[in-house]
Structure formats: structure tokens, C-alpha cells
Design a protein around this ligand. Structure first.
Ligand SMILES: Nc1ncnc2c1ncn2[C@@H]1O[C@H](COP(=O)(O)OP(=O)(O)OP(=O)(O)O)[C@@H](O)[C@H]1O
Ligand SMILES: [Mg+2]
Length: 409
């Protein structure tokens, strides 16, 4: 029997740290075999503010995933996000090695390398080089030029960079938790992997991941990522507004938020929820809840609207919006978002994997499951040229380069 491959993923969010273990069978099919979760205490608005506490949360989540899967983990694929992420567009041009003949994978690797030649300060690191389109002898719109005839090969790529200090902090956290890094993946890129249909990525779709402390936006078109940005605001703001507005402890406010049913959903004006105990017991109507929750969500949608405008995209994104992240589980959020943005909106649940999927069928697991899918690709060395930075061999070299920073320590 060939040895099974094990992959592991880690999503370090503001609310929780999720560790997932997957098994890849001989047909390269991924099954989830372990999940571990821990409350996240060392992050604020998506940024690590306490390395010691973050590493403890990581170790706790990983230990739980190890117990469930019966597998000891030494390395993980990690999601990376936050306000320190930046993107820029660049072009690369090369002469095809055999002019007029077939374009080989090596030519694609060379042109992607050419696209990475940018003036980058030592404070930033390249995370991804995502080809948007290739141009062969002036003919544009090509997704994969391998096998085509031509003499001049160009690429237009989106370069995603991360702050070096952030990557270092992440490294310290993982090191303290006894883990190595298999790869760093931009979180919305991972989430998109498991909540967006290939046709949606092709058509033009906006992925909006609303977590506890951040809202991440990623616009996909023609199969690839075109734009991404992060707002340091998420569901925790809704919770703290409820806590302040209704004078409740945060845990009660959180419970209240999760039991919210939009009044328009037909439960009538009389619908109330009881909160607090003893003298502090109070009845809260769904109308009152809506008057606190909805404006905060609309603030987030306003940002989404602004970012769509800033991305330079016409409002014509036929795929509409796919909402994911924990807040996407809020009752009625898709309707509210759709009304505000005047776009079709659906909630994205992670899918497309086997094993213990029921455990992760919630929008707050989208990033973790997506990271596991990326990890599987790295493990089996199978890479879609349009999605990643070239052929598998190149990807390996690319990761080694990205991960150099981890070895410098
Ligand atoms: N069923 C639910 N209904 C409403 N809100 C929910 C539900 N489940 C989770 N949430 C909210 O989702 C948020 C957490 O989402 P998620 O787990 O995606 O965040 P995270 O990844 O830890 O944080 P971030 O991505 O911002 O760093 C919290 O604000 C939580 O209250
Ligand atoms: Mg998240």
C-alpha cells in the first residue's frame, strides 16, 4: 500500500484558531480527519499583538486536532491576512527559448520570475505571484500558454506582498508551538478555493469574509484574484455594540447576536429574547436587536461598496457577492447585504472535500478548509498554472524562497 499523505492547516483568526488535519489518498482526494479549535486571545483586528498568548492558542488547537486524528503534526500550511497585505500589478516579458516553437513550462517559469522583478524594500516579502493573463506575440487573454506557438511571452500578474515583521511574528508563534511552515497562503485566496465555484471565479465575483475582527474582500475574475483588501472591523464590533447598548456581559451579547432573527422574517413584532439573570433580567425585542445589529453590518457593507469602487471594477460583477466567515451565519445577512449592495448575495459554506466534513460545514471554517486544499496541492505537487505561480517545481522553489525568512532565524 502506498503511504498516505498527511496535510495540516492552521487559520489564526481574531476569534479562534482552527487546526485541521487531512489525509490525501492515492487518487489525490482529500479527507478531513481531525479538527482542533481554541479561543484566540493574542490577536487584535487580525494582527498578532501577543506572541506568547497566540502561540498558546495555536498549540491548544493543534493538540486537539492531533488527538482527534491520532497524528502528530510537525508542519502546517498557514493563512496570512491583515492590513499589512499589499498588492501591485506587474508585467514580465521573455523571449521564448525556441522562437516560433512550442512554449515550454520553463518559459512560463521564466516569465513569472520576470514579473517578480520589483523594487521591494526589505520590510516586505512576496507572498504570491498570481498570473492574470498571458500574452503571446501580442495575443492577450491567455490563461495557460504552455504548448502554444510563439516567440514573445508576456504575463500580467498580481503580486501580493506581506510585511516582513508580520511574517517574523508568525514564525515566532509557530516556533514556540513547535511547528514548521509548509506554506503561507493569503487567507481569502484559501477561502475562495472552497466557497466559490470555478464559474463564479470566471464570471466576476466578490468574496467577503467577515470574521471576528476583520472583513476581507477579494474580487475574482477570469479565474483569478484581481483585487484584495482588509477592513479592521468584523462581528466583534456588533457584539460590543450590543453589550454597550444593552448593558450586557460580552458572552450574553454574543449569545443574543447568534439568536437574532430579522423582524422582517415574519416572526412578528412581539418576538423577544430573554437575557441576563435575576435583577438584570430583561426582554429584548428583535426590533431593538435589529436597530443595533443592522447599522453596524451596513457600515461593513458600505466599506465593501467603497472597495468595489476603488478596485476600478464596474459594478458589473455578474457573480455577485459570496459572504463567508462566522458572521455569514447570521440569520438574514444575505438579504440585508443584497438590499444594501444591490447585488445578488449568497452565503458560502466550505465544500468539495471528504471525510468529517459535517464538522466544518459553517462559514467560519472556510479559510481553514481552503488552506487544507492548498496544502494538498503542495503535497501532491499538482498546480493549476492559472492559479499559482507556474509549474510544480517552480512552486516548490518559490516556497523555499518565501520560507527563507523562516530559516534566517
Ligand atoms: N451562528 C452565528 N451567528 C452569528 N454570528 C456568528 C455565528 N457564529 C459565529 N459568529 C460570529 O463570527 C465571528 C467569528 O468569525 P470567524 O470565526 O470567521 O472569525 P476569525 O477568523 O477568528 O476572525 P478574523 O478572520 O476576523 O481574524 C464572531 O464575531 C462570532 O460572533
Ligand atoms: Mg478569519
Amino acid at each position: 500500500m502506498p503511504r498516505r499523505k498527511i496535510v495540516a492547516a492552521l487559520d489564526i483568526g481574531t476569534s479562534k484558531v482552527v487546526a485541521l488535519v487531512g489525509e490525501v489518498d492515492t487518487y489525490d482526494q482529500l479527507s478531513i480527519i481531525g479538527l482542533g479549535e481554541a479561543a484566540s486571545v493574542g490577536l487584535r483586528r487580525g494582527m498578532i499583538v501577543d506572541i506568547e498568548r497566540t502561540s498558546r492558542s495555536v498549540a491548544e488547537a493543534v493538540a486537539a486536532a492531533e488527538r482527534m486524528s491520532g497524528i502528530s503534526l510537525s508542519s502546517v500550511v498557514v493563512g496570512i491576512s491583515g492590513a499589512h497585505i499589499a498588492t501591485l500589478n506587474n508585467r514580465g516579458v521573455v523571449a521564448v527559448a525556441n522562437p516560433g516553437r512550442e512554449i515550454m513550462p520553463e518559459d512560463v517559469v521564466r516569465v513569472l520570475h520576470a514579473a517578480q522583478v520589483i523594487n521591494l524594500s526589505s520590510e516586505r516579502h512576496i507572498l504570491h505571484v498570481l498570473p492574470r493573463q498571458y500574452i503571446v506575440d501580442g495575443c492577450d487573454g491567455i490563461i495557460d500558454p504552455t504548448g502554444m506557438a510563439g516567440s514573445r511571452l508576456e504575463v500580467e500578474a498580481l503580486i501580493v506582498t506581506a510585511a516582513t515583521t508580520w511574517v517574523r511574528n508568525l514564525h515566532y508563534c509557530l516556533q514556540k508551538a513547535g511547528l514548521h511552515v509548509d506554506g503561507l497562503v493569503l487567507s481569502p485566496l484559501a477561502a475562495a478555493e472552497v466557497v466559490l465555484e470555478p464559474a463564479e471565479k470566471e464570471l466576476g465575483t466578490i468574496l467577503v469574509d467577515i470574521g471576528g475582527g476583520t472583513t476581507e474582500i477579494a474580487i475574482f475574475d477570469r479565474g483569478g484574484l484581481w483585487f484584495t483588501s482588509v477592513l479592521p472591523m468584523g462581528g466583534d464590533f456588533v457584539t460590543s455594540d450590543l453589550a454597550v447598548g444593552l448593558r450586557l456581559p460580552l458572552v450574553e451579547a454574543e449569545r443574543l447576536k447568534r439568536s437574532f432573527v430579522p423582524p422582517a422574517a415574519g416572526n412578528g413584532e412581539a418576538a423577544t429574547i430573554e437575557v441576563g439573570t435575576g435583577l438584570h433580567r430583561q426582554e429584548v425585542s428583535q426590533d431593538l436587536l435589529a436597530s443595533i445589529i443592522e447599522p453596524r453590518l451596513e457600515e461593513i457593507f458600505q466599506f465593501v461598496q467603497g472597495e468595489i469602487a476603488r478596485s476600478g471594477y464596474p459594478a458589473l460583477l455578474p457573480g455577485g457577492v459570496v459572504l463567508t466567515g462566522g458572521i455569514a451565519a447570521l440569520d438574514g445577512i444575505a438579504e440585508l447585504a443584497s438590499q444594501f449592495l444591490q447585488l445578488p448575495v449568497r452565503v458560502g459554506y466550505p465544500g468539495g472535500v471528504g471525510g468529517m466534513v459535517d464538522m466544518v460545514r459553517h462559514p467560519s471554517y472556510a479559510t481553514a478548509v481552503g488552506l487544507l486544499v492548498h496544502g494538498t496541492r503542495l503535497a501532491v505537487g499538482q498546480v493549476a498554472a492559472a492559479q499559482e505561480a507556474g509549474g510544480a517545481g517552480f512552486l516548490r522553489r518559490f516556497w523555499e524562497w518565501v520560507l527563507d525568512i523562516f530559516r534566517e532565524e
